[in-house]
Design a protein around this ligand. Structure first.
Ligand SMILES: Cc1ncc(COP(=O)(O)O)c(C=O)c1O
Length: 308
């Protein structure tokens, strides 16, 4: 039986339960301090094959475990158990549409921000159409945030943990308040880093350029996928630090991420890019990305996992 979003089933500490029955103590460190690490795992439905594919599962779990290790959150589950939990949660809802699956390890109990246990896990599939507004746009008017991206010497931007999203929130709320769809951050050295929930590419002379991972950037799986896809489409992809001026004067630019896919940037601080239209390179990368995630195109170095 198909579920509504408000009554969907989730995997919660080993059981499939209605989302309303999954309870977390209000004093738990995850609730009070954002002490959790998580992944947003994209799954795409292939209409022709009547199959749902989970994208780069192993890479998502490896990043989840790296985030957990950095925060000394002991993960009580193996990769296979995490994979099975994701598949069971999707099957429980009989989903046959594109999803973003939230898989979260969290610190529960009555401890403080220094607590290491108990650790729980939930897996909650979210139909893609129900994800945030900025993730469902065909083009974005962005600003360069007045907030800087968190840096390695403070809170590692490589850790995908709830608390890091406070920095994202500051940038996103400022952007919305000023009439933009979202923002890009500079890092503490004044170089471009990333968006609040996505990575940045600029395109110059058909070359895709993205900030270094050491420029205060999450180790994004979509960013890595774009770097793998681009040469197959005849475009160079390089990683280097980028000045703000290069964004304003780029031929094209886009944000990318599991939720964002590949979304063109139409303007920066009111200055149009490519005449305010999606660019040719961006569109080619986006359609190739969609073909790969849906299993229409197979790349030997990009793994997808059938759910059904
Ligand atoms: C801050 C930040 N940067 C980049 C990304 C893109 O990462 P991925 O492509 O793995 O979804 C995300 C999304 O999770 C993010 O939150």
């Amino acid at each position: 039986m198909k579920t509504t979003v408000e009554n969907r089933f989730i995997w919660y500490n080993g059981e499939i339960v209605n989302v309303n029955d999954a309870k977390i103590n209000v004093l738990a460190p995850t609730a009070q301090f954002g002490l959790n690490v998580f992944e947003g795992i994209p799954c795409y439905f292939n209409e022709e094959q009547k199959q749902l594919y989970a994208f780069r599962l192993d890479d998502h779990y490896e990043r989840l475990l790296r985030s957990a290790e950095m925060l000394e959150i002991n993960c009580p589950f193996s990769k296979d158990e995490m994979k099975k939990a994701l598949i069971d949660a999707i099957k429980a809802n009989e989903y046959d549409e594109n999803l973003s699956v939230r898989q979260t390890l969290f610190v529960d109990g009555f401890g403080s921000w220094g607590a290491a246990e108990p650790v729980g896990m939930f897996v909650a599939p979210i139909p893609k159409r129900n994800t945030g507004k900025e993730y469902n746009k065909t083009g974005l008017n962005v600003c360069v945030s007045s907030w800087r991206r968190i840096s390695e010497d403070m809170m590692s931007p490589r850790i995908k943990c709830g608390a890091n999203y406070i920095n994202s929130r500051m940038g996103q709320r400022e952007a919305l308040k000023n009439g933009y769809d979202t923002c890009v951050f500079l890092n503490r050295f004044g170089k471009l880093s990333e968006g609040p929930g996505s990575c940045l590419f600029i395109v110059q002379d058909k070359t895709l350029i993205t900030p270094l991972l050491t420029d205060s950037v999450l180790e994004s799986i979509t960013r890595d996928t774009v770097i793998k896809i681009a040469p197959r489409l005849g475009f160079n992809a390089i990683e280097r630090s980028i000045d703000k001026t290069e964004l304003y004067t780029a031929d094209e630019a886009f944000l990318c991420g599991s939720a964002m896919e590949i979304t063109p940037i139409l303007s920066v601080d009111g200055q149009k890019l490519n005449g305010g239209e999606a660019g040719f390179v961006t569109e080619k990368v986006h359609s190739e990305y969609l073909a790969v995630v849906k299993g229409e195109k197979i790349y030997s170095d990009i793994k997808i996992t059938p759910v059904y």
